[in-house]
Design a protein around this ligand. Structure first.
Ligand code: HEC
Length: 144
């Protein structure tokens, strides 16, 4: 019975690790193959890993920069000649809750179509928010 529980915890942990967006997935996956003796780890919290790796820059580099770096496909650029700070200020005025909602669900505006989660389907909501914050930081516009 205990073994079954351990297995369950391991499976949950592996799933949580695999679904996290970070590059540290490989390193953490290794630790799951080590001793199955840890009985006290019994609360199956689904995604502590994912929250811990809500690294906005990493998510941005993985999923968002494709469009948001130079402003491809109507996306607001975060650098280069096409960077339009006014546009970021207009976006910031919507407020983080709205921006987050749009980035997660997808959003079609006057410029083009923002795909749901910027196509990072295994990103957590926290990771998407972190990436949004990273972009606004990068262009130097405050967002609430
Ligand atoms: C395939 C291209 C593409 C990718 C990849 C992409 N975006 Fe976008 N994004 C867009 C476009 C286009 C818009 C502008 C929509 C408009 O205003 O017409 C946009 C707009 C946004 C907005 C503003 C929404 C609003 O309400 O004005 C946010 C926030 C955003 N993207 C975040 C992200 C994040 C975070 C990622 C990465 C996880 C990402 N985007 C990846 C194309 C992309």
């Amino acid at each position: 019975m205990k073994n079954l529980l351990t297995l369950l915890v391991m499976v949950l942990f592996t799933v949580a690790t695999l679904s996290s967006c970070g590059d540290d997935a490989k390193t953490t996956a290794k630790t799951t193959t080590t001793p199955p003796v840890k009985q006290e780890v019994k609360k199956p919290e689904p995604a502590p890993e994912a929250t811990a790796s809500a690294d906005g820059e990493a998510v941005y580099n993985k999923a968002c920069h494709v469009c948001h770096k130079a402003g491809v496909a109507g996306a607001a650029a975060t650098e280069g000649e096409t960077l339009d700070k006014k546009r970021w200020e207009t976006m910031a005025a919507k407020g983080m809750p709205t921006l987050k909602e749009h980035a997660i669900a997808g959003f079609t505006g006057d410029f083009g179509a923002m795909p749901a989660k910027g196509t990072c389907m295994d990103c957590t909501d926290e990771q998407i928010e972190a990436a949004i914050k990273f972009m606004f930081n990068k262009v130097g516009v405050a967002v609430k």
